[in-house]
Design a binder for this molecule. Sequence first.
Ligand code: TXA
Ligand code: MG
Length: 304
Amino acid sequence: MRINLKEAARLLSQENVVAVPTETVYGLAGCLTSKSAIEAIYQIKKRPSNNPLIIHVGHCQEVMKYLEKKVPDFERLAQTFWPGPMTLILPVNTSLVPDLARAGLPTAAFRVPKHSLVLELIKQCGPLVAPSANLSGKPSPTHPKHVECDLGEDFPVLDGGIVEQGLESTILAFCEDRWQIARQGALPAEAFQGILGYEPSLITSGPICPGQHYKHYAPNAKLFLKEPPGDLNWVIGFSDRIYNQKVKLLSLGPSHDPLEVARNLYSTLRKLDEEGAKEAWVDMNFPEKGLWLTIRERIVRASI
Ligand code: TXA
Ligand code: MG
């Protein structure tokens, strides 16, 4: 059910949960101060309680008051990339951040989203915790109809139309004296080189929080990433390429435009299920750099 800003603010202030647009994907938002809303978020999403949430704030100054200690380059990162698709995992004063939001960890994840509607809600209601507004394991929603498909037609969604980025925020954590990437996302690793003086590498030593091993982003259809087997009916590919005429193409957009492909990826995965496709081949012939790396990682995870 599409709702407006006033209604969304009213529902949140009464400790309800509302789906909200951000520049990355739609989030399932509740007030940080509402225990019942946070509990409802885990329940609605069917999310395991050991997978913590991101706290969305209006300005980097707001994060300061929760911090347990200073972290190198935090302010420079925040000033450069916020508002925007970067999430920082920071050590917090645990008496100020509800246990449930951070799944009992001594750290919490923060970001300032770049979307006028959600920023206005934060102004009116305070910090909002919000995971992506999909059912756990499904592709993140990039349009209100995806939220309604997962959570039901009557679920309240603040309508911001199609999102701008289409991939979740890049998550950075400060470990072993360096910022490292805990989740690839809408900002590629090289974006941080100028500020940090090094390109943060991907954390390879396993998940830094227990919830991160859960399967993600997957449609019901089985995805094949290697050689197209002869008898597949569907291909996820690019609008400027020619495929076997017998297969049905779901286009991610032009092969030279990673921003457009990122924006279309999750809705294309969902489309497969809408069409009742059981199997599809994905054209993985695209570069292994920049935003393409995140696109590749999401497709690989969707295929497992
Ligand atoms: O773009 C986004 O980040 C979207 C929009 C709505 O902001 N949100 C999003 O949230 O993708 P979610 O809950 O789907 O993913 C958040 C990730 C999870 O993988 C969780 O494990 C990780 O952040 N996370 C949260 N707090 C953490 C912490 N203290 N330590 C390690 N990982 C954490
Ligand atoms: Mg998610």
